[in-house]
Design a protein around this ligand. Structure first.
Ligand code: NI
Length: 171
């Protein structure tokens, strides 16, 4: 079995890394997704997220400009396994919004209060290329929106109404 690899986390504090974190990522080619290097990247992102004790991680955060993200099953008890989001699209359901505190692995030490849709529908493809749809509320809805923002080049500090000094888990 291959050794587990932890990837370097890119941060906005590094001038060479910030541009990739701030621009829209590229669609994942579903033919490439079946290849070993794509599956390895997903495995390494999962390992990196766990190692960093994050609740989510998007590919640009490890230097890959791809519309790909993972979310920890710790976020929601309805998740039986980590969620892999390939080419994700998110849509708000209803008009209800909630303010909550978020942190980001790409902006260490900074937390912010961010208004997000309370309920969303995620449309994405899983790691085998199967399309799926998921309705989420609460923390899972928030983390999905945070990760989909990442693949669009939007960072939580772009949305934060107020910067805080919280202790929340990062994504
Ligand atoms: Ni983040």
């Amino acid at each position: 079995m291959r050794r587990r690899t932890t990837l370097a986390l890119w941060t906005i504090f590094d001038e060479r890394q910030r541009p990739l974190l701030s621009r829209p990522a590229t669609d994942v080619d579903l033919a490439w997704l079946t290849q070993a290097d794509a599956q390895r990247l997903i495995d390494d992102m999962l390992t990196t997220m766990r190692q960093a004790e994050g609740v989510g991680l998007a590919a640009p955060q490890v230097g890959q400009g791809l519309r790909l993200a993972v979310i920890s099953p710790d976020v929601d008890q309805t998740l039986p396994a980590p969620l892999v989001l390939v080419n994700p699209v998110v849509q708000a359901i209803g008009l209800d919004q909630e303010i909550g505190e978020e942190g980001c692995l790409s902006i260490p030490g900074v937390y912010g209060l961010i208004q997000r849709a309370r309920q969303v529908q995620l449309t994405a493809t899983d790691r085998t290329g199967q399309p799926y749809r998921l309705t989420a509320t609460g923390l899972l809805a928030r983390v999905i929106q945070h990760e989909v923002d990442h693949v669009r080049g939007v960072l939580m500090i772009d949305r934060a109404e107020r910067i805080t000094h919280g202790q929340n888990r990062l994504s």
